[in-house]
Design a protein around this ligand. Structure first.
Ligand code: ARG
Length: 588
């Protein structure tokens, strides 16, 4: 379906042409003076020079051609030459009616579906998920859903941190604590136990302990590095032990991501590409891209136009060990072979911006990707506490994601049960659903690259630009629809009518920008555009609701028209929150 703004501009362009002017002058925009008009066209101002005429004269000529327009109910030429526009209610009504009857509410899916791979989440095995990984998961999941909604094909990969130094640290510490474990007996040739020799809590305690100690104790660190080396070079016992670490961690991660409604197609990790590295390194050497500098193997990635220093991309350390970027490059190679993506999207903290710049340049230079392959890094800002510093627990430690979610759930439960009798288990369930909206909307409503303040009071509020406000609006609509049905009405067959009030027309105009808003959200990979759209939509609905006595209306056709409008508003809102990665309860 054409966008409403296109139809409006089309009408205006025809009028410019009919009045003898260049039709391209007829571009219409949303009014920046909503008190005066709904849309405006500044084409007469732009054309003044070309036609050597006062803009107001051009505007008058154009307005005269729009006297019996079916699109505009009012076209006003005002000094010095603006065209102020009001839409014909019938035009708005029929647009929204068509939208309601179209698939995806009039959004045109792409006719050239592309292949995408999105790399998000990126947790590190054996380390508890913390709030830093929260943003990657929340934003990535939403972008994945938006891309899919546009009709493209997208694969989400978690890209676990499962292969580097932390693995050696854990194994080394285990070796000290439980030297008798069969995994460390290198002469052992039998089968290894299927039960892991630790629990997830033990693992999560071991890593920070070992990490701290390695910073204070050089010998300890060296032993840990030796363990990493043994793992990476394939020593049987170390591989078997590592498999347990992965299995225990992944089970725990899955549980957590499920709570967040985040779902990955692939659970690959840095380790997945381990065996591809030697081939890739040989290729880079053979083609002359990589050379040895200070013992390390590097690829130059600086460019003449650089204004800042972009250091070479290190492929192998002087001891032959691979690095974080080695695995990223090999992963690009693998993805190109397996998924043939047109575009690769990465979600991390913006502190990795330069890192990805290096990796992308290196991938291009070494022709791991095609010249037309798009490589996109979306670097997000930090989630801060009220003190403006990175979010911490009350004790000052790194907040575990689980605890953060629990905190929000409890606060939501408190709000839901405040001054009200609600059955406990139902209230708990509702609180969980609403809390997720608070958390996700609180994050997604900000432009990703910006830092934001995690403010539990604000995020969980039922008023203002929040997830709970959006859900509350949806629930309000659902309850009106339920009452209509209880009184014998049929919400499925209700037919939209021409808007009969200002607030009804405004609600329809807001609905009508759905397709344009979704397209922008996709083009800019920007979930916050969807938040902005539904916040305006929820406001427009609530304004309409307060001005209109829907269920007591005596004119049944009019009433059914409003019901149809409510159905559409609910469906659009629910589609949008699904793209953001959360859902609405039936009641709250
Ligand atoms: N595990 C990494 C970290 O915690 C994030 C991984 C991001 N993805 C990637 N392909 N490098 O910083």
């Amino acid at each position: 379906m054409k966008k409403m703004l296109e139809l409006i501009s089309e009408e205006m362009k025809n009028a410019f042409e009919a009045a003898g002017y260049d039709r391209e002058l007829g571009k219409v925009t949303v009014s920046n003076r909503p008190d005066l008009c709904e849309y405006q066209c500044n084409g007469a101002m732009a054309g003044a020079k070309q036609y050597k005429k006062a803009p107001i004269m051009i505007a008058n000529d154009v307005a005269a051609k729009l006297g019996d327009s079916k699109v505009f109910s009012k076209v006003e030429a005002v000094a010095p030459g603006f065209l102020n526009l009001i839409l014909e209610p019938e035009f708005v009504g029929s647009y929204v009616k068509e939208m309601k009857d179209s698939s995806k509410f009039g959004l045109e899916e792409t006719d050239k579906p592309l292949e995408f791979v999105i790399d998000y989440g990126g947790p590190n095995v054996a380390k508890p998920l913390h709030v830093g990984h929260l943003r990657s998961a929340i934003i990535g999941e939403s972008i994945k859903r938006i891309v899919k909604f546009m009709g493209h094909h997208i694969i989400g990969d978690i890209h676990l941190g499962d292969w580097g130094q932390p693995m050696g640290l854990i194994m080394n510490e285990l070796k000290i604590r439980k030297p008798e474990l069969v995994y460390f007996d290198e002469s052992y040739t039998g089968e290894y136990p299927t039960e892991p020799p630790f629990t997830i809590s033990e693992l999560e305690e071991i890593y920070p302990f070992a990490s701290k100690r390695s910073k204070e104790d050089a010998e300890y660190k060296e032993n840990a590095m030796a363990c990493t080396y043994k793992l990476q070079s394939g020593v049987r016992g170390y591989r078997a032990l590592w498999n347990h670490i992965i299995a225990v961690s992944v089970t725990d991660l899955k549980k957590n991501y499920e709570k967040l409604h985040v779902d990955f197609d692939l659970w690959n990790g840095e380790s997945t590409v381990h065996d591809l590295i030697p081939g890739m390194v040989d290729y880079m050497k053979k083609e002359g891209y990589a050379y040895v500098s200070d013992g390390a193997l590097v690829v130059d990635v600086k460019e003449e136009t650089d204004t800042k220093e972009v250091p070479p991309c290190m492929i192998l350390k002087s001891d032959g060990a691979s690095l974080y970027n080695t695995t990223d490059l090999a992963t690009i190679m693998m993805r190109m072979e397996q998924n043939h993506p047109d575009e690769l999207i990465y979600l991390t903290d913006k502190r990795q911006e330069l890192y990805f710049e290096q990796v992308f340049r290196c991938a291009r230079k070494t022709k791991l990707v095609k010249p037309e392959t798009k490589l996109v890094h979306i670097g997000f800002g930090t989630m801060n506490g009220k003190d403006g510093k990175p979010f911490k627990t009350r004790e000052g430690g790194v907040m575990r994601l689980e605890n953060l979610i629990q905190e929000i759930n409890d606060e939501m439960f408190r709000k839901i049960t405040e001054n009200r009798e609600v059955e406990e288990s139902e209230a708990r369930k509702t609180a969980e659903i609403v809390a997720l909206s608070a958390l996700k909307y609180g994050d997604l409503s900000n432009q990703a690259s910006k830092d934001y303040i995690f403010d539990i009071d604000r995020f969980t509020s039922f008023e203002g630009d929040t997830g709970p406000y959006i859900l509350y609006t949806i629930v309000r609509i659902k309850s009106i629809l339920a009452k209509y049905r209880e009184n014998g009405g049929n919400t499925d067959t209700a037919v939209l009518q021409t808007p009969s009030s200002e607030s009804e027309k405004e609600l329809m105009m807001q609905l009508a920008t759905f397709n344009a808003s979704m397209e922008t959200a996709y083009e800019e990979l920007a979930p916050h555009k969807i938040c902005a759209y539904i916040y305006d939509l929820a406001n427009a609905f609530n304004h309409f609701y307060h001005e209109t006595k829907i269920l007591t209306e005596e004119d049944e056709i009019k009433k059914a028209g409003w019901i149809a409008l409510l159905v559409l508003t609910r469906d659009v809102l629910e589609t949008c929150i699904d793209l953001l990665g959360f859902e609405a309860p039936e009641r709250m």
